[in-house]
Design a protein around this ligand. Structure first.
Ligand SMILES: *Cc1c(COP(=O)(O)O)cnc(C)c1O
Length: 410
């Protein structure tokens, strides 16, 4: 397996041209799209237009004239086909954490005779923190319980209100069987909330086919919406009439501009809105989603699997990287679009890679994490990333003092 081979694959890559949709800084290889997607050129253009013409020239009339007031719905509708949802089942607002809070409350309202919330121990902390906050707010009404994934389904019974899980684990990249788990939850009468932070835009997701009740996801990772991009929330249509969440802001009111004293929830997903939408951020995400418009997600998945498979084989067969231990499932069908490598010096290795232009990230306590994003990475890119990593390992470059300092964001 060589650079020649990687170049051969690039020649026959049907997604190769998608790279032109992004600004990629010269001399850098970005294997971190799972934390913050790079800048789509369409976003640069759109933001200039929105700032100069809409905000600048048309001022407040833009809420109507440029449909700012329905951006939450229109951007949601654009995400919908990527996750197997109908256009009016997805809305874009707030952060993933806040959307999860709203949906957890909504799920508990729909299962008012049940109090248990189940999740897994290795879930992303903010998901667990939001559930803990809710638990402390409403006392005995809700109880969060954490289990190892293999023990979770044994816990299902008529006391479980909702199971909340992240489809692709942020550390290991392990991919849950969404269809099977959702089915098991429903059999016990429980609702399920899936967090798609590491799956939306990274692999084909079919919420409708899996009969998923609710989901949340992130706009700034694989969807490339920019730092702090709005997140999204999905609720299956069959639940819309029973939807109620307690962050009852004016944008979720049935008639926000009637300025009534009493809160009346809007119909459908609009009730999930809280305050004024972030127009600049929604516009950026909307433009970023253009790259997905004509995209075949199965084709994207095929390249993603080919990339992670090639990378694992390269690391396995290179004696310089023998100390790196794969923390992701070996079977590509059981992982998302990222790879985790355990090493006691993972943080310093990551810093040394960044200095040499290969941008990955570190996850405590000992994981070097790399995202393989088929839209803008070539096989040659990831081969070069592997070579850089191997050189750093062989020369123990990571032991140099300047790579030891821990920064605030890792
Ligand atoms: C990145 C990520 C989040 C981010 O939450 P925000 O509130 O949008 O910062 C949430 N959940 C998971 C699983 C994530 O990976």
């Amino acid at each position: 397996m060589s650079l020649m081979q990687a170049r051969q694959w690039d020649k026959s890559d049907p997604l190769a041209a998608k790279r032109d949709a992004f600004y990629l800084p010269p001399g850098k290889i970005y294997v971190d799209g799972n934390s913050l997607g790079p800048l789509p050129l369409s976003v640069k253009k759109r933001l200039t237009q929105v700032v100069d013409h809409q905000w600048g020239e048309d001022l407040i009339t833009s809420w109507n004239q440029h449909q700012w007031i329905t951006l939450a719905q229109s951007v949601g509708a654009r995400i919908a086909p990527l996750i197997g949802a109908k256009h009016d089942e997805v809305i874009c607002a707030d952060s993933t954490s806040i959307n999860l809070f709203k949906l957890l409350c909504a799920a508990l309202n729909m299962r008012s005779d049940r109090s248990r919330i189940l999740s897994e121990k290795g879930n992303f902390p903010t998901d667990l923190y939001m559930a803990q906050g809710l638990e402390s707010l409403i006392g005995n009404r809700a109880r969060l319980e954490l289990y190892e994934p293999q023990d979770l389904l044994d816990q299902l019974d008529e006391s479980v209100a909702v199971v909340m899980l992240t489809q692709v684990n942020f550390r290991s990249g392990r991919l849950h069987d969404m269809a099977a788990i959702t089915k098991a939850c429903h059999k016990a009468g429980a609702l399920v909330i899936w967090d798609l932070a590491h799956s939306a835009g990274a692999l084909p997701v079919d919420l409708n086919a899996c009969e998923v009740d609710m989901a949340v996801g992130c706009g700034y990772k694989y969807l490339n919406g920019g730092p702090g991009a709005p997140a999204f929330a999905y609720v299956a249509k069959r639940h819309h009439s029973k939807l109620f969440q307690p962050l009852t802001g004016w944008m979720g009111h049935a008639s926000p501009f009637s300025f009534e004293t009493k809160y009346t929830p809007a119909k459908g997903l609009n009730q999930l809105l809280v305050g004024t939408p972030s127009v600049l951020a929604l516009s950026a995400l909307d433009a970023a989603l253009e790259v997905f418009d004509s995209l075949d997600m199965q084709q994207l998945r095929k390249k993603s699997v080919a990339m992670t498979q090639a990378f694992v084989q390269w690391i396995d067969s290179d004696e310089r990287t023998a100390d790196l231990q794969l923390g992701s499932p070996r079977d590509p069908a059981q992982r998302g679009s990222q790879l985790a490598w355990h090493h006691p010096h993972a943080y310093s290795i990551c810093q040394a890679m960044i200095e040499r232009g290969v941008i990955a990230d570190f996850r405590a306590p000992d994981i070097l994490r790399m995202g393989f994003t088929p839209l803008y990475l070539s096989f040659e890119d990831i081969w070069l990333a592997k070579e850089t990593l191997a050189e750093i390992m062989a020369g123990q470059v990571y032991l140099r003092p300047r790579f030891q300092h821990r920064q605030q964001v890792t």
